[in-house]
Design a binder for this molecule. Structure first.
Ligand SMILES: [Zn+2]
Length: 193
């Protein structure tokens, strides 16, 4: 059954070892931030640093694993029809919009949508790690300069993950203008046994 994460919101759920998670961009050009925690001990969580180290690349896609801070495999990426994801940047937060968008007003954010959906599992805001940013198109120059470009994903593109341990998963439909080419769309997902 396909579930819908409405624009600028999030969700959380348990994914058991061996189950698959399909994250779908139904309209195109929409980023989804994903964080993972070990269901049995939430001090173990997804790690960008360990993943980029062990996979020996900053472009994580089909064939790569997502690793934890305790150096365990959390997920394998089985399919990736778009092929561009980011694992460098932290989830957009209220401060992102103050500092980078010069917007002092309230703005929805992935960080808020992650920690509010993780509170049911007693996970606090300070425990939210750098997210795996599905469909996010961060480009980097040889001098190290980063830029957030419009996603390359087209309507129907998806990434299929398989859990390597029992997991708590939190997912968003990202709320940052620059990450989503200026408009906010839903994200769909499906858990497959
Ligand atoms: Zn975001």
């Amino acid at each position: 059954m396909i579930k819908v994460i409405e624009k600028q919101t999030g969700d959380s759920f348990v994914l058991k070892k061996g189950q698959k998670l399909k994250v779908i961009d139904p309209h195109g050009e929409q980023v989804s931030d994903m964080v993972l925690f070990n269901l049995e001990d939430t001090r173990e969580k997804i790690s960008s640093g360990k993943t980029l180290d062990f996979e020996e690349t900053i472009l994580i896609t089909k064939g790569n694993f997502l690793w934890s801070n305790r150096s365990h495999k959390m997920m394998e990426i089985l399919e990736d029809t778009n092929g561009r994801n980011d694992f460098l940047l932290a989830p957009c937060s209220p401060e992102t919009f103050q500092i980078m968008y010069n917007n002092p007003d309230y703005h929805p954010s992935c960080f808020e949508n992650l920690y509010t959906n993780l509170s049911a599992y007693d996970i606090t805001p300070d425990e939210v790690p750098t997210a795996f940013n599905i469909f996010m198109n961060v480009q980097f120059a040889t001098d190290g300069k980063l830029s957030v470009d419009p996603p390359l994903s087209k309507a129907g593109d998806y990434v299929l993950f398989q859990a390597e341990m029992d997991l708590i998963v939190a997912l968003t439909a990202c709320s940052a203008e620059d990450s989503n080419n200026g408009s906010f769309k839903p994200i769909n997902y499906e858990i497959i046994d």
